[in-house]
Design a protein around this ligand. Structure first.
Ligand SMILES: [Mn+2]
Length: 465
């Protein structure tokens, strides 16, 4: 069996039911995946009801109705199969659509998971799309949401563009006219909504001296190039609306700046995914910003608003999401300032900080990632935050850079090991991971993570002997 066979079997299975309950995750990938499957299912005239969960655990499980509907778990479930078993779900009533590490389980739940087949850069929305298209080729319009989910789950980050099956989906969507692939675009977040100088200054991959983290520097840099940075109405222009020759001027100046600093230029470019059917200068115009909007909905516990946007609502849901997005940015900015002002504690291979209950646990990872570029990027940053629902638990987020990952740092491994040592649970990716630990173990936990990171950095690596 391969992924294609699993997809075919899953599509046939779904089509054989009259009623489906879809349980998905509240982040951009989960919301996009839910919207893909729910639309494909209702287009097939099958009843579908959706439930969004922050995570799959005994308490949240109560939201999944115990009726005779077929249960699809999406962007979650692979790692919680024992829980499904404990809760009495039978094998023939469940389908898991996921891209996370699978937990061994005595019950053999049907699963479509790209990870065991070696596709580590395909997200749940990508897998959901493959199933939807198998259910009906007319579902090709949902490729747009698949790309939003993949980009939202950072699948395009490491390689500056999507690869493998995720990229095939983008090509398919582009051929069907649902999206546009822009090759060698500026590798920068905010190309549709941020004034160009702000867009450049807020970007630090690659880090460009005098421009990254320096709004005034970025503005001066652009003014010297003689490009109109504002429209005649004095509105700041965004990257997307620059003429091709203006873009070339900016890019070649940025290349010069990097070369002068002895830095590689490869990460200046990335493939980006645009949606020409969306209004110009809105967060829905490209996959990255669309994903941020969905994440904002999830983080403010309104995933359904994001799901409605995915289904085409550009009225009430869109306005609500815009509001959440601006709040989301304000809180992240506050967190970033808090981290930089408070300062981090230093260990040999780790820097860390406890933010208490000042910030919601859902944004600390993003804040940590942003803070890292202003701190010592050689050391992963770990942030701890109190759990409002359960003060005996501490939520931990850790972030590092692509460069450190290339040098052998694996945060997923570090947090999984360390949290297991202290009765917690962790997971994630090499570049970003999270865990829950008992509050009283915080200090020992941080020391243990540091030890593991130290061992990782001493580990011999292939090609680096
Ligand atoms: Mn995901």
């Amino acid at each position: 069996m391969g992924l294609t066979e699993d997809v075919t079997a899953a599509a046939a299975e779904i089509l054989s039911h009259e009623s489906v309950t879809l349980t998905s995750h509240i982040d951009a990938d989960g919301i996009a995946a839910e919207s893909i499957l729910a639309q494909a299912i209702s287009r097939a005239e099958i009843r579908v009801h959706s439930v969004f969960l922050r995570q799959l655990e005994p308490l949240t499980m109560r939201q999944v109705p115990r009726d005779d509907s077929f249960k699809i778990f999406c962007d979650l479930g692979a790692g919680q199969q024992n829980l499904l078993e404990e809760q009495g779900f039978s094998e023939d009533a469940v389908l898991i659509v996921d891209h996370h590490v699978s937990q061994p389980c005595s019950r053999d739940y049907h699963q479509v998971n790209c990870l065991p087949y070696g596709y580590s850069k395909l997200s749940a929305a990508g897998v959901a799309y493959l199933i939807a298209r198998e259910m009906d080729p007319a579902n090709v319009d949902l490729a747009k949401l698949a790309i939003v989910g993949n980009v939202g789950d950072m699948m395009a980050r490491e390689d500056c563009g999507l690869v493998g099956p995720a990229r095939d989906i983008a090509i398919e969507g582009a051929e069907a006219g649902c999206l546009q692939i822009v090759s060698r675009d500026l590798n920068c977040y905010g190309t549709s909504t941020r004034p160009l100088h702000v867009c450049l200054a807020y970007n630090d991959d690659p880090y460009i001296k005098g421009i990254s983290n320096n709004v005034t520097g970025a503005l001066k840099f652009l003014q010297r190039l003689g490009i109109d940075l504002q429209t005649p109405e004095r509105r700041w222009r965004v990257w997307e609306e620059l003429a091709p020759d203006e873009k070339r001027t900016v890019i070649s100046a940025l290349v010069q700046q990097l070369v002068a600093g002895g830095e590689p230029v490869t990460r200046l470019f990335s493939e980006s995914y645009r949606f020409p059917d969306e209004c110009e200068r809105t967060p829905l115009r490209n996959a990255q910003e669309f994903a941020t909007m969905l994440n904002a909905c999830g983080r403010w516990s309104r995933p359904v608003v994001g799901a409605n946007i995915c289904r085409g609502d550009r009225g009430g849901a869109y306005r609500e999401a815009e509001h959440m997005l601006s709040n989301h940015r304000a809180v992240i900015r506050e967190l970033l300032e808090y981290i930089l002002e408070t300062g981090v504690s230093d260990l040999s291979h780790l820097q860390y900080l406890h933010v208490g209950n000042r910030f919601p646990d859902t944004i600390v990872g993003i804040g940590a990632g942003m803070a890292l570029s202003r701190l010592n990027a050689q050391k992963p940053i770990l942030i701890m935050v109190e759990q409002p629902e359960d003060p005996s638990l501490t939520k931990v987020s850790i972030r590092t850079t692509e460069r450190m990952v290339a040098q052998g740092i694996d945060l997923q491994e570090a947090l999984t090991q360390a949290s297991a040592d202290f009765g917690g649970a962790g997971g994630g990716h090499r570049i970003a991971a999270g865990a829950y630990i008992p509050k009283e173990t915080e200090e020992n936990f941080v020391r243990r993570v540091n030890e593991i990171l130290a061992a990782q950095s001493d580990r011999p690596r292939p090609g680096n002997r």
